[in-house]
Write a protein that binds this ligand. Structure first.
Ligand SMILES: [Zn+2]
Length: 456
């Protein structure tokens, strides 16, 4: 049995463990019909203006135009006229923090904001891997994937506490150790570092990729540079975090002379079904709240920050600190360099390269939940349509999760898992309307969003 099949059957196993055999079909819980909303199913087609979505047993039984989608007899009906339904969001770049209690708060924040799937990319101890795997099938937690603990090089970026093999053999053994924990991905940081010799050498990268693939895990890499991207694709990798625009390490933060991906690299990406998760938030959020302190008036965002990093929030509440960020002499350069990153997203998207979405949630300035909506806003700023941004944030990422191409989530079609968000305003008119959340459904159950903002 494949590992992901195990995840998919997690709920059944839990039910079995509780001594509750699956109910026969005619005794199954009744259908729920969501009627009258605009439906954005994220398959890439146009929105359905007046829709019916029928949910039963945690899955979508049918979805489409009202006149073509009958409401089953006896179904509970919810009138969603004037609202919009989109799939639950799929965040391919998060870092869960700390222990079970904190992780539960991070789960809650994600679901509150409609993030129903997340991939944790390289900072999970064995305990945390076990915790995430153990949450499979829970309606009160997102669907999670993990890359366990990531790979660097002795003395290199993020090497402390990570896997930092010095030889190919050591790398292969450490990859197998991670896979034995049940991880789905193997992450490596191929970052720019002050001393060039401290990046993972190409032969060790290749060994990591080879060993991961041979053992059924998907290798993923943080890159900042096209030459590294080419070498990794040639070695068999297809899943990138960040971009080929230099945004980390020495030399970052000023515009590059030649930031555009080359035609040859784009061709390589298309030929090898490569996809990117550009992760704009971790760059822009270094100054975003200094430029837009009014965002911090939003009690839900404050609650999201409080739940994972109150110190970061306190920092942004400090007017002097904010002034220091926007008055810094390098500020305009940083923004110009960031524009190059937005242009990378647009160039790759227009060329037909799959661009999914992730945001480094869990790093100090990127709140869980809220951050994915902000990332969508930046995709629109990059030049994608709101529909493109919604597809990137849902179906595109889902299609890349193992087993690749077999996702039963990420779009709203008959047979898919009922993970969805009901919005009070039209995101196609303004992508920021994805924050106008009426309610969230995970595995066919409404998420309890009450009490998220603590009472004064
Ligand atoms: Zn990250």
């Amino acid at each position: 049995m494949k590992r992901l099949d195990l995840l998919a059957t997690g709920l059944a196993l839990i039910l079995a463990a509780c001594g509750q055999p699956a109910a026969p079909e005619d005794e199954a819980p009744g259908a729920l019909a969501l009627v009258g909303a605009q439906l954005i199913d994220a398959t890439g087609g146009p929105p359905v203006t007046d829709s019916v979505v029928v949910v039963r047993n945690g899955r979508i039984e049918s979805a489409g135009a009202r006149d073509a989608t009958p409401v089953p007899e006896g179904a509970e009906t919810v009138d969603l006229s004037g609202k919009t339904i989109i799939p639950g969001l799929v965040n391919l770049h998060v870092h869960y923090r700390e222990g079970p209690e904190e992780i539960e708060r991070q789960f809650r924040t994600q679901l509150h904001y409609g993030v129903t799937t997340a991939r944790s990319t390289g900072s999970d101890t064995p305990d945390r891997v076990a915790y995430l795997l153990g949450a499979a099938g829970r309606a009160d937690a997102p669907r999670t994937y993990t890359a366990g603990m990531g790979f660097s090089y002795p003395g290199g970026f993020n090497a402390a506490g990570r896997n930092a093999p010095a030889t190919e053999e050591e790398a292969r053994a450490l990859v197998r150790d991670q896979i034995a924990l049940g991880v789905h991905f193997i992450k490596m940081w191929v970052n720019e570092v002050a001393e060039p010799g401290l990046k993972i050498p190409p032969e060790i990268r290749a060994a990591i990729i080879d060993e991961a693939v041979a053992n059924g895990a998907i290798p993923i890499a943080h890159i900042d540079d096209e030459a590294d991207g080419r070498q990794l694709v040639e070695a068999g990798l297809w899943d990138f975090l960040h971009s080929t625009v230099l945004t980390f390490g020495p030399g970052a933060g000023v515009p590059m002379d030649d930031p555009e991906p080359s035609a040859e690299f784009i061709r390589m990406c298309l030929d090898n079904d490569v996809y990117f998760t550009p992760t704009l938030s971790i760059v822009q959020n270094r100054w975003h709240f200094a430029e837009h302190p009014e965002l911090l008036d939003d009690p839900e965002l404050r609650a999201a920050f409080e739940m994972f990093n109150p110190d970061a929030l306190a920092g942004w509440d400090d007017a002097e600190r904010r002034a220091g960020v926007v008055d810094d002499p390098g500020f305009e350069d940083r923004k110009a360099a960031f524009r190059q990153l937005l242009d990378f997203v647009k160039t790759m998207h227009d060329a037909g390269v799959a661009v999914a979405m992730g945001n480094d949630a869990g790093t100090p300035n990127v709140p869980f939940g809220w951050g994915m909506h902000h990332e969508m806003e930046m995709y629109v700023e990059a030049g994608l349509t709101p529909m493109d941004a919604i597809v990137a944030a849902t179906a595109t990422g889902a299609a890349q999760m193992p087993p690749v191409g077999e996702a039963d989530f990420g779009t709203l079609e008959a047979g898919k898992v009922a993970d969805l968000i009901v919005l009070n305003a039209d995101p196609l008119a303004d992508i920021r309307n994805t924050l106008e959340i009426d309610r969230v459904m995970r595995l066919g159950e409404w998420v309890d969003r009450s009490g998220f903002v603590p009472a004064e």
